[in-house]
Ligand binder design. Structure first.
Ligand code: PEP
Ligand code: MN
Length: 338
């Protein structure tokens, strides 16, 4: 249930509605909007009787929420969410380019790539310090040292950094260094991790589970919002199918569906979907064409020597070309639709 307050509702009236919701054993969640405040009702076991609140001063409407997710839904929050990160904003009105290596391997590697991608027009730098690897014998990331390198990259280049948190135990540490905390495909339903992310003040980049439906993905985001952190960026990164011409199948239809269902920004990671370099640029162009809010792409200056995902990493000059193409597609689309 969503209680929509009148545009002229006073704070006193809002407080009274909040108190009344609590008196019924329910959880009120005020949602400030451009024009008016709405109050979402959470923790109800079944349908809520709107007439309990409709008579209260300042209440304009009581709308049943038909989706399993609430805080992430457009029903509850019709306006697009914009997420400021340093001097950029992720969400409608801009195309955010995130680029960098799969893993931070050394200071020299990270700085070299960061300088390249910055010059090409990247808005944010990515790089894993804690790597989720299929094999325990593969490079697992530099851990804390990787985070320190990321901090140095930020200082040197001015780029904000995105990095993955693998587990609850290291959340505090990653949170201290990251500007955006990534939760990877394998952890999309790690509910303790999601709840912890919900207590953070940092934006969370939530990747889609490789076998997750859109409902499951949005419910995972709901965990984060329900703990109080509404700065969630969704990232489509491909799902597991029967094909073997790519590592995963990029589900571009997720972009319009998610944009319809949710106010949260959605970006696309073509690198982990493709798993191979030759598909990354075409998939990126398509992702911009379906109006994703951004791209996250793996780039390496010496991919043949990369400690992970070299085969899907773009060369810096390819990324530069991609930035030009992506921005041109984006600008064309907006020239037509605005
Ligand atoms: C990554 O972005 O480094 C990564 C491991 O991606 P995913 O969780 O999508 O596999
Ligand atoms: Mn990778």
């Amino acid at each position: 249930m969503l209680l929509v307050m009148d545009q002229k509702a006073t704070q006193e009236q809002i407080d009274r509605v909040i108190a009344t919701v609590k008196e019924h054993g329910l959880t009120p969640r005020p949602i400030p909007g451009g024009q008016r405040v709405s109050i979402g009702i959470l923790n109800n076991k079944g349908p809520v009787d709107g007439s309990l609140f409709l008579g209260l001063p300042g209440v304009k409407d009581a709308i049943p929420v038909t989706r399993p997710y609430k805080l992430v839904s457009r029903e509850v929050h019709p306006e697009d969410t914009l997420i400021p990160i340093g001097d950029i904003t992720v969400g409608s009105g801009t195309l955010t380019m995130i680029a960098g290596p799969c893993a931070i391997e050394s200071e020299e590697q990270a700085l070299t790539i960061a300088r390249h991608v910055k010059q090409a027009g990247a808005d944010l730098f990515r790089g894993g310090a804690f790597k989720p690897r299929t094999s325990p014998y593969s490079f697992q990331g530099l851990g804390k040292q990787g985070l320190e390198i990321l901090a140095h990259v930020r200082e040197e280049t001015g780029l904000s950094v995105v990095t993955e948190v693998l587990d609850y135990e290291n959340f505090d540490l990653v949170e201290k260094y990251a500007d955006v905390i990534q939760i990877g495909t394998r952890n999309m339903q790690n509910f303790t991790l999601l709840r912890r992310a919900g207590l953070s003040v940092k934006p969370i980049l939530l990747k889609r589970g490789m076998a997750a439906t859109i409902d499951e993905w949005l419910m995972a985001a709901e965990y984060i919002l329900s703990e109080g952190n509404d700065k969630v960026i969704l990232c489509e990164r491909g799902v597991r199918t029967f094909v073997n011409h790519s590592r995963n199948t990029l589900d571009l239809s997720a972009v319009p569906v998610v944009k319809n269902e949710s106010h949260l920004p959605i970006i696309v990671d073509p690198s982990h979907a493709a798993g191979r370099r030759d598909q990354v640029i075409p998939l990126s162009r398509a992702a911009v064409a379906v109006e994703a809010h951004g791209l996250m792409v793996e780039v390496h200056h010496a991919p043949e020597k990369a400690l992970s995902d070299g085969g899907q990493s773009l060369y810096p000059e390819q990324f530069e070309g991609l930035c030009r193409q992506a921005r041109s597609i984006y600008n064309n689309l907006h020239a037509v639709t605005e």
